[in-house]
Design a protein around this ligand. Structure first.
Ligand SMILES: [Zn+2]
Ligand SMILES: [Zn+2]
Ligand SMILES: [Zn+2]
Length: 190
């Protein structure tokens, strides 16, 4: 089935499940309830092909802007926090169910980026759940440690790693991702 035909509101893939934890389904969490038992989410990986961050915590098929699927070889095991968990950082980061990547969208904004899983990068990202993620930055975080050099790309709205001598592969620009106007984001390795 072609994913390009998918639109918001139609049946989607299986919801994300937090490994080793209670099944996480859309709408199952009430923001603000603050259950201490609900931990941050593991399963996030870096893709050496495109430099993007993607979710490898379930069986969903990813889409890499270089073609084929993202890869997790040589990647650390990243753990991300949801906005409702509080702490330092920036909200409005979302998981895209089509490419399995992490992207930024302010509610109400018309900027939806470019998704490698939607019409080969011609289409935009989409959100799978009502909960956004909160990413730490060098100016708003939960203490020392973590890995810096993660950046927001204004071409595709995705999060990507800028710590190597490459701009990676961006579905929104032939020149690769950009770090212009991006904060310096910090990811935690579990
Ligand atoms: Zn990739
Ligand atoms: Zn996407
Ligand atoms: Zn990009």
């Amino acid at each position: 089935m072609s994913k390009r035909a998918s639109t918001s509101g139609l049946p989607r893939r299986n919801p994300l499940r937090a490994p080793g934890a209670v099944a996480f389904t859309a709408g199952a969490v009430t923001p603000g309830m603050g259950s201490p038992a609900r931990a941050s989410q593991s399963g996030w990986r870096w893709c050496a092909k495109c430099e993007g961050l993607w979710f490898n915590g379930d069986t969903s098929i990813s889409d890499c802007p270089t073609g084929g699927q993202h890869v997790h070889s040589a990647s650390g095991h990243y753990t991300l926090r949801f906005s409702y968990e509080g702490g330092g950082g920036q909200d409005n980061w979302w998981y895209c169910w089509m490419c399995l990547g992490m992207w930024f969208h302010t509610p109400g904004s018309t900027r939806f980026g470019r998704c490698p899983g939607n019409n080969h990068g011609e289409g935009s990202h989409d959100k799978d759940w009502r909960n956004s993620y909160r990413l730490e930055t060098t100016t708003s975080n939960n203490g020392p440690g973590g890995q810096k050099n993660w950046r927001w790309c204004s071409h595709c709205e995705s999060l990507w790693f800028n710590g190597h001598a490459t701009w990676g592969k961006c579905p929104g620009s032939a020149a690769g991702h950009t770090a212009v106007n991006s904060a310096d984001y910090i990811l935690r390795v579990s």
